[in-house]
Design a protein around this ligand. Structure first.
Ligand code: MCN
Length: 797
């Protein structure tokens, strides 16, 4: 690399646009489009006896009303189940509009299209649906106990049951290892439901071009290519006749990935059927009751260990609340059960989970995707062991760490991508050393004692994790240098605020040796890049980053070849700096990359000054060769795909100091420290921003955010008045240090960072509160009133 932009804290170039109101979000588009609105089920479980739309027919501006019966062919089938798995014996997905039965409050039943949203909502209010009530099931334990079935044909409400077991080196199973261990403990953990709450909800806007027989769809999505494929397949359109564009997207955090939402099928279908532009923008209540939730699990843990805290056997049984449907199969509990192992070498491990249906909103991946639950389980376990043995909590973790010379380290499990769970690199002891120094771990007991002398309760907590990032199967990058010397980069995955316009430009500028200002980046537009997987699983940097680097290398090689020809030099003697190709040792022998771009196209119309100069500059190649040689293409551009053999494992360790109020049980985070390792950093400032945002979300999950369902399946806090999120006043300043252990698996040596911040926060806060209060914390989130109750229960209140 000739221009050092990779690794620099370059300012986010998208921010001036986004922060000054210049962003173009879904609802900014199609101001004249017809509006769709939905009648959604008010009941958690009911049979639809009749739908009477007659009362709505006179509403002024009404254009159409659709129920399930109106949906043609595949559009009337259940939505796809994206990731089937042999353990998922009873996978179920919803119909785009409910057919016969509704299984959670908020399930769409009728779609109305009208001149504007107000009129569409008015019409919705006048449609009468006659429901026969069925008994709802809420909560995983209730679902297993009660005879009420969410799906009539799913016995016991269990959609999937899976066991993975890794015996110890001496061949013992987990039960045997625990039995034989000098010490053992058993405990239960409860983690409640939460959800990703992007500032911008979901939304779709579709335009049908009857002349061209083609459809253009804008969706606030994390995966425009999957939306495109789903629309083409469901509505029977040839793929090239469907284009999907993700405009600026105001956050996704998982809820906008891959699986087609009903609205992403229904709105385009209505646009085609009506021959008009149609748009739907989700409102906040719809987001609460109709999109997706995550996290809810009950975990039963048994652990056996020796006197130094080495884990000899671990047995975890998980009840995973899947809500009413399983559009992504069992990906979330699989991630929990595999990544639970963290940075540790565990003697023998057995994990069993049941994925349980309930009459609540479906569960799909939310930032961290099952890992916060796994880390909560493992880190609580480490704290239980330390407490039992009276050992330092950091020392017990260190005793179990996989050592730097043990990589690649095979955990013996099968990862969520169906491949072996192998960690590629890391240095966990060094991470811990850095973290202890950052938070002054060893100095804390004195600080705690000093505070206690003044009547204050302080506690310190710690949490460690690993994260498989950059999952495949592929991502691509396209790079083109035009005759004005500009570099146009595109990749198919989308952006929701991660700073991709900046980091991908940094990669291209570094690889090609051009100034950053000359690079532009387009993401999430199937017109520019048709094959892509999408933005989730902290994969954009690894996947598109490497694909773009490879495409740049291809372009660079071609540029050097053409330049060498023009300069009559050896390509190996050339370098590119500041957008100019130079011959080593001859400062006057140079040619701008812009000129090389002109020379790359034998059809040299001189449309601009640069092209005119270039045409005069050199003949561009030998007279005895054809203008385009075999295997070559005109233009200075290249497309490459990156497809890894397996995921690369990022890791990190967090620590927090909290204060709990002896009277009110209020929990205040006084300090929060992070050591993070995502391999080579492309942009440390962006990674820190990602970590800070993740920690803020994690603080929400640890102390505030929960979905409160009553026994009738009604979500009681479906608004920002009642669903508490941390404000800036509750989020601590995050002190961050980076460790860079490059990944040996990809050319840039990078690992992902986008979810890292959120993953261990609940575990860390629990650890710190436990230290302050001196009794075990077994649930998340933890409100002051719950802490108050726990104090009473433990006789310390
Ligand atoms: N990065 C870097 N160096 C590295 C690794 C990453 O500079 N070694 C940069 C990347 O280039 C990128 C950012 O850090 O700009 C995050 O990179 P990555 O880990 O690849 O994550 P993705 O870009 O794939 O983003 C997805 C991830 C996920 S899974 C969720 S959920 C999430 C998140 O990112 N949703 C977000 N962060 C979010 N941030 C915002 N603002 N909005 C969301 O919806």
């Amino acid at each position: 690399m000739t221009t050092k932009l990779f690794g620099e804290p370059v300012q986010r170039r998208e921010d001036p646009r986004l922060l000054t109101g210049q962003g173009r979000y879904l609802d900014d588009l199609g101001p004249g489009a017809l509006a769709a609105a939905f009648v959604r089920s008010p009941h958690a479980h009911a049979r639809i006896r009749d739908i009477d739309v007659s009362g709505a027919l006179d509403v002024e501006g009404l254009v159409a009303i659709y129920t399930w019966e109106d949906l043609p062919g595949r559009a009337g089938q259940p939505l796809p189940l994206l990731i089937p798995h042999p353990a998922l014996t009873h996978g179920r997905t919803a119909y785009p509009l409910a057919k016969d039965v509704v299984r959670h409050v908020g399930e769409p039943v009728v779609m109305v299209v009208a001149r504007d949203r107000y009129l569409a909502e008015d019409a919705c209010a006048l449609i009468e649906v006659d429901y026969e009530f069925l008994k709802p099931v809420v909560g995983v334990e209730e679902a297993l106990r009660s005879g009420n079935l969410v799906h009539e044909d799913v016995p016991d409400n269990v959609g999937a049951h899976m066991v993975q077991e890794v015996p110890s080196a001496d061949g013992r199973g987990a039960a045997e290892a625990i039995e034989a261990a000098p010490y053992s403990l058993e405990f239960r953990l409860d983690i409640e439901r939460s959800a990703s709450m992007p500032l911008e909800g979901r939304g779709v806007y579709a335009r049908w071009d009857a002349d061209d027989h083609s459809l253009r769809v804008y969706s606030s999505t994390q995966t425009s290519t999957s939306v495109r494929m789903a629309i083409a397949a469901t509505l029977g359109l040839p793929l090239p006749k469907v284009e999907v564009i993700a405009p600026d997207v105001g956050g996704g955090f998982g809820v906008k990935i891959m699986h087609p939402w009903p609205e992403e099928i229904l709105v385009p279908w209505a646009a085609i059927t009506l021959g008009r532009e149609v748009k739907w923008t989700e409102d906040r209540r719809e987001h609460f009751i109709s999109s997706a939730h995550e996290r809810a699990q009950v975990q039963q843990v048994k652990v056996g260990f020796d006197g130094e805290g080495h884990v000899l056997g671990l047995d975890v049984t998980i009840l995973h609340d899947h809500g009413a449907y399983t559009p992504y199969g069992i990906i979330v509990p699989i991630i929990t059960s595999t990544q639970l192992l963290g940075p540790y070498r565990i003697g023998a491990y057995r994990v069993e989970f049941s994925s349980v249906y309930t009459n609540t909103v479906q569960v799909t991946p939310y930032r961290g995707a099952g890992r916060p639950q796994g880390v909560f389980c493992m880190e609580r376990t480490m704290d239980h062991i330390s407490r039992h043995l009276g050992l330092d909590r950091a020392a017990v973790r260190a005793a179990n760490f996989i050592q730097p010379d043990e990589f690649p380290y095979d955990q013996g499990m099968i990862f969520q991508d169906g491949r072996p769970l192998i960690y590629d690199s890391g240095d966990y002891p060094e991470s811990l050393r850095m973290l202890k120094e950052l938070i002054d771990w060893d100095g804390f007991p004195a600080r705690k004692a000093e505070a206690a002398a003044r009547g204050r309760r302080l506690g310190i907590g710690i949490g460690c994790y690993v994260e498989g990032t950059g999952v495949g199967p592929y991502e691509g990058g396209h790079v083109q240098v035009t005759s004005d010397g500009r570099v146009h980069v595109s990749t198919g995955l989308t952006s929701q605020g991660q700073g991709h316009e900046t980091v991908f430009a940094q990669i291209a500028a570094s690889e090609l040796g051009v100034p950053l200002e000359r690079v532009s980046v387009v993401t999430g537009d199937t017109r520019r890049f048709g094959y892509a997987v999408g933005t989730f699983a902290s994969r954009a940097a690894v996947m598109s980053g490497n694909a773009i680097a490879l495409a740049c290398r291809k372009v660079r090689e071609k540029a050097l070849r053409i330049a060498a020809d023009a300069l009559e030099a050896d390509p190996r003697d050339l370098s590119i700096t500041d957008g100019v190709v130079h011959v080593a040792g001859d400062p006057r022998a140079s040619i701008p990359l812009a000129t090389v771009a002109v020379l790359s196209n034998p059809l040299r119309y001189a449309f601009d000054e640069e092209a005119k100069r270039a045409t005069q500059f050199a003949g561009g190649g030998s007279a005895d060769r054809p203008p385009i040689e075999e295997g070559d293409e005109p233009g200075l551009e290249g497309r490459e795909y990156y497809s890894p053999i397996r995921s690369t494992f990022a890791s990190g360790m967090h620590a927090a100091i909290v204060e709990t109020d002896p009277d009110t049980a209020e929990i205040t985070i006084l300090r929060y420290a992070v050591v993070h390792d995502c391999g080579n950093l492309i942009n440390p400032m962006i990674v820190e921003g990602q970590i800070h945002g993740g920690v803020a979300q994690g603080v929400g999950g640890a102390l505030y955010e929960r979905m409160v369902y009553d026994q009738h399946g009604q979500l009681l806090n479906a608004s920002f008045m009642d669903f508490l999120m941390p404000y800036v006043t509750e989020v601590p300043a995050v002190e961050t240090a980076h460790l860079e252990t490059p990944s040996p698996l990809n050319p840039l040596g990078i690992k992902g960072a986008g979810e890292a911040g959120v993953i261990p926060v609940s575990a860390v806060i629990a650890s710190a509160v436990e230290d302050a209060e001196d009794f075990p914390i077994d649930r998340m989130p933890l409100s002051p009133s719950e802490l108050f109750d726990l104090r009473s229960r433990h006789g310390t209140g």
